[in-house]
Ligand binder design. Sequence first.
Ligand code: OAD
Length: 253
Amino acid sequence: MIPAPLIEALRQARHMVVFTGAGVSAESGIPTFRDSLTGLWARFDATSLATPEAFQADPALVWGWYEWRRMKVLQAQPNAAHLAITELARQVPRLTLVSQNVDDLHERAGSTEVVHLHGSLHQPRCCKCGESPKQPLDMPNEPEGGRRLQPPSCTICSGLLRPGVVWFGENLPAAALSAALQAAETCDLLISVGTSGMVYPAAEIPGLAWRAGAVIVHVNPLPHRQHREREYTLAGPAGEQLPALVAQAFGDR
Ligand code: OAD
């Protein structure tokens, strides 16, 4: 059951933020990070794969692992949750989509101007000069978990290419962070989809929107820890909950 005041808030919203984490891509077959059995950080060591120090110590190990992840994403398809978000954008006057995900499933579902807080698997850049290659990388073909693979060299300065993602200990891209914070402070409704809310500063975004007066909705199979006024949880997979929310709020239009 979706509460009637939430449906009304969706219909009234002028500026909506949709804030997504790994759970929005789970039904596309992309593993989350912190699921206790299948999450990436249950199977791989984050400090030896997702830090600048790890890349410095063993670039081929890190590059091979990210190429494996890029392959998994390229083999996946957007799911009903990604599609419901594109439909929401058609229904509300303004929607800002802010994602922590490094996949491109929102874009492939039809979302535009996605604010990527943690970068992208598809935009590597040079460690030395910071430029991204003009041509897309070849289709990766990496076995389960990846293997050591030497990163390509930059065609401009011959530095090593690195994955275009934010690693632990690195700053978020300033423009994306500022766009996300500004949207959170000015929206009237924020839907947080499939995130554990454990990685900062991204995790501050729903709270920031709530303090600025927005209605907040969490979409997650796990119950949310805290509920305040103007805060709702739709407990269940995003691929079921989001289409139901869109249908109930806007199905009669
Ligand atoms: P997590 O793996 O921490 O959390 C995924 C969330 O998705 C959990 O709360 C799950 O309960 C939920 N979930 C699982 N299946 C779902 C489904 N079908 N529908 C909806 N929700 C579902 O992933 P994030 O919160 O995205 O950072 O992790 C945040 C950051 O930590 C990532 O961006 C990454 C990681 O280290 C960097 O790479 C910098």
